[in-house]
Ligand binder design. Structure first.
Ligand code: NAD
Length: 264
């Protein structure tokens, strides 16, 4: 029960394959009190069905939370303040790029496509952290999900790599700004997973094949692997860890460029 007494908001459950769901199950197992956001009414149905598997949809507050809509974000944190009086942990598991933009070479991405990708996938962490940190009066833990296409080129990741570069820089700056109040900000860099978002990346199957063949641990990761590291980040065990990116990728990031597949 590493998270007993912790109040956590989980953003980004789309279905049972979502990384956010792996985190939710692990947090539930460790005794956290949970609330959730969903992007759209269609996804709320999926979320409700999943919540029924961990004790019932009525046990958990759920909120509409399109991260491009400030009023929705205000409502989420306003209600959590009334309901819980504070917040201890926040999981930001959100990213989006238009499929066409993701498939395009970076130099062909439109201004609008760039703005949308960065708005949803990177600015959202700032918008959410601002609101969440104001509830973390006794300190807290905020973390996001990234992918190691930032420091090296991963064919097919294109515009999302730029969003993740911004996101990772945000993690460091936010950690520096909020540390004085005991709020920690970190990232988990996950290996390739065939989620809704992951499947939009051309070449993800190859990336998984190469991970299984060449990663030090010779296997792909699971959402449970991410969930357990998220428990560490939300718990007091990581009380001196902030501004970090923790790799949950079977060690693939230590391999050289020769291990990269092409996207086609
Ligand atoms: P997913 O599709 O299950 O989750 C993505 C979530 O983002 C969905 O719940 C979706 O509703 C949400 N979202 C998109 N636009 C939104 C908006 N405007 N407002 C609110 N929510 C919005 O896929 P996932 O792989 O679980 O993705 C979670 C995070 O993990 C993402 O940041 C992703 O980039 C990151 N990640 C994924 C992989 C992978 O291979 N799948 C690897 C590393 C990092």
């Amino acid at each position: 029960m590493l998270l007993k007494g912790k109040r956590a908001l989980i953003m980004g459950v789309a279905n049972k394959r979502s990384i956010a769901w792996g985190i939710a199950e692990a947090f539930h197992r460790e005794g956290a009190e949970l609330a959730f956001t969903y992007q759209s009414e269609r996804l709320k149905e999926n979320l409700d069905e999943l919540l029924d598997t961990i004790g019932g949809r009525n046990r958990f507050p759920t909120y509409p939370g399109d991260v491009t809509v400030d009023d929705q974000l205000d409502a989420i944190f306003g209600d959590l303040k009334d309901r819980w009086g504070g917040l201890d942990a926040l999981a930001h598991c959100i990213a989006f790029a238009d499929r066409d933009d993701l498939a395009r070479p970076l130099n062909e991405v439109s201004r609008d496509g760039y703005a949308l990708t960065l708005n949803v996938s990177a600015y959202s962490l700032l918008a959410i952290t601002r609101r969440a940190a104001s509830l973390m009066t006794g300190g807290g833990s905020i973390f996001t999900l990234t992918y190691n296409a930032v420091e090296r080129v991963v064919p097919g990741y294109n515009i999302m790599a730029i969003a993740k570069a911004a996101l990772e820089a945000e993690v460091r700056y936010l950690a520096s700004e909020l540390g004085v109040g005991g709020v920690r900000v970190n990232a988990i860099s996950a290996g390739p997973l065939k989620t809704l978002a992951g499947s939009a990346v051309k070449g993800i199957s190859k990336l998984r094949d190469v991970t299984a063949e060449m990663a030090p641990l010779r296997r792909n990761i699971t959402i449970e692997d991410v969930g357990d590291v998220a428990v560490f980040l939300a718990s007091d065990l990581s009380r001196a860890v902030t501004g970090n990116t923790i790799f949950v990728d079977s060690g693939f990031h230590v391999m050289g460029m020769a291990s990269m597949p092409t996207a086609t």
